[in-house]
Write a protein that binds this ligand. Structure first.
Ligand SMILES: [Zn+2]
Length: 231
């Protein structure tokens, strides 16, 4: 019996690489497979580092994934669907994927981020956790600058971590002067350091609380923050 499998991890945990590998392995056996993705047009780095788009179906919000799969199934059979960037899919599209498994007996491998830069589940991810037969965290050595395992994605606007804004940043917003457009980047953090920017924003009052608690350790680590984040 087919299963709906959800693989999740932070950015840089190799989701797209795994998705491409699974697709390749299935196709190499002569079986039919559909690869889907959800492109982020922003130059950030949520997607497309591996050029998945070139050979993938783009999942717009109005795409019916069950109809897509059924069409391929009726034409010549379908063995599996491999779905990248699944955190951006609509919850109803995740339901459609579960129908692909249950009604067509087609394997579905979905890959996505667990939480957004706001530290909360993406709607598509939430639905995947609710419906998947198998939920698996990718164990890749993604690290915070401090060396701890990175579990959170931080969004930086002109180098400063932000906690609010659109869930998905799209590139072509109406800004007349391109050079004035803020630079949006993403970085990996452990939970502690993902929270740290928020606490700094909350000002002196929280800092006073920190003095009472584990301030020395926190201060010492903060001084290392100049180190480049990537390894
Ligand atoms: Zn850290």
């Amino acid at each position: 019996m087919a299963e709906l499998r959800f693989f999740f991890g932070t950015m840089g945990s190799g989701k797209s690489t795994q998705a491409l590998q699974i697709r390749h392995n299935i196709a190499a056996r002569g079986l039919s497979v559909i690869l889907t993705t959800q492109l982020d047009r922003q130059a950030g780095k949520v997607s497309s580092r591996l050029g998945v788009a070139a050979e993938a179906e783009i999942v717009d919000h109005d795409v019916d994934l069950f109809a897509l799969a059924r069409s391929a199934y009726n034409k010549g059979g379908l063995h599996a669907m491999v779905c990248d960037e699944a955190q951006f899919y609509e919850p109803r599209q995740i339901d459609q994927l579960s129908r692909v498994v249950d009604e067509l007996d087609v394997e579905v491998y979905a890959f996505g981020l667990l939480t957004s830069f706001q530290g909360e589940l993406f709607p598509g991810t939430k639905r995947l956790l609710e419906l998947a037969d198998v939920r698996s965290e990718l164990q890749v050595e993604a690290r915070c600058w401090c060396g701890a395992r990175a579990t959170h994605n931080a969004r930086l606007v002109n180098g400063v971590q932000v906690y609010s804004g659109a869930l998905k940043v799209v590139g072509d917003t109406a800004i007349d002067e391109p050079e004035e457009a803020p630079e949006v980047t993403y970085d990996l953090r452990c939970r502690r350091h993902w929270h740290e920017g928020l606490r700094q924003r909350q000002g002196d009052q929280l800092e006073l609380l920190d003095e009472r608690d584990d301030a020395p350790a926190l201060k010492a680590q903060t001084q290392q923050e100049q180190e480049p984040a990537n390894t």
